[in-house]
Ligand binder design. Structure first.
Ligand code: DGL
Length: 273
């Protein structure tokens, strides 16, 4: 592993199981427009939501090596499934070579501060929900948050195929959110990279009575705080962004607009042989 990447002009590394993590990259770019960004989507292994913890840990280490080689000053685990399976391991592995942040802890902090004693729902992939990581981290904060969780595995592929804001997505969202497990919520955490795209639909389902919390925005704010605190904010006029994927298809490239708000050019980088 190379030396410590602590120059403000070094890039921010962001990784995800695929292109859904571009929602997080987008939030970061909006908030930190002068930063160089390197994004890696592990499209060869998509989806992570159904994978074992061990498999996701192995993929994450390999991706972290690439991001460190590219000089990233911080690694953002944009994927919730990877954040729940590999954050602790990755932090230890990367050690002092770069900072590592995930998309779960900033939300735990935010909810603990703003929703103490409230009834809070969480939706995400099977990996994220089964990991129990939110339950454990809220219990550690002891803010008396009543957490209600539900795996909603159909939502990510549905969104990726462009099914949102239509009758099909309304039905599927309604079916999931009517689950008794999610009764009587004050707030709902969107625990998956893809869900910001259906935030409005979910708010409408609840007639705007439930606060719907977007992890990508909260994570971007936490990243800005970290960089500013450590003197690592970049002020470059023309920063560069690169978007790598482990398996390239045109359909992935066409979907980038959904998640990033504009088309991005995907570069293939094969990590696996
Ligand atoms: N990026 C994943 C997550 O946020 C969703 C897609 C997948 O299962 O790989 O959990």
């Amino acid at each position: 592993m190379k030396s410590i990447n602590n120059n403000p002009t070094n890039p921010i590394g962001i990784f995800d199981s695929g292109i859904g993590g571009l929602t997080v990259a987008h939030a970061i770019r909006e908030l930190l427009p002068h930063e160089n960004i390197i994004y890696f989507g592990d499209t060869a292994h998509l989806p992570y939501g159904d994978k074992s913890e061990a498999a996701i840990q192995a993929y994450s280490i390999k991706i972290a090596n690439l991001l460190l080689e590219k000089g990233c000053k911080v690694i953002v685990i944009a994927c919730h499934s990877a954040s729940s399976a590999a954050y602790e391991l990755l932090k230890e592995y990367v050690n002092h070579h770069a900072f590592v942040i995930n998309v779960i802890d900033p939300m735990i902090d935010y909810v603990s501060e703003n929703f103490a004693g409230a009834s809070v729902g969480l939706i995400g992939t099977k990996r994220t929900i089964q990991s129990g990581v939110y339950v454990r981290k809220f219990a550690e904060r002891d803010k008396k948050i009543k957490l209600k969780t539900l795996a909603t595995p159909l939502l990510a592929p549905m969104i990726e195929e462009g099914f949102f804001n239509n009758q099909i997505s309304h039905k599927i969202i309604e079916q999931y959110l009517s689950d008794p497990e999610l009764n009587q919520l004050d707030a709902l955490i969107l625990g998956c990279t893809h869900y910001p795209l259906i935030k409005r639909e979910i708010e409408e389902f609840y007639n705007d009575k439930v606060k719907v919390l977007d992890s990508s925005l909260v994570a971007a704010q936490s990243l800005r705080h970290l960089l500013s605190e450590r003197g690592l904010l970049n002020h470059q006029a023309n920063p560069e962004s690169h978007f790598y994927v482990s398996d390239y298809t045109e359909s992935f490239e066409n979907s980038t607009r959904l998640f990033f708000g504009e088309n991005v050019r995907l570069e293939k980088h094969n990590l696996w042989n």
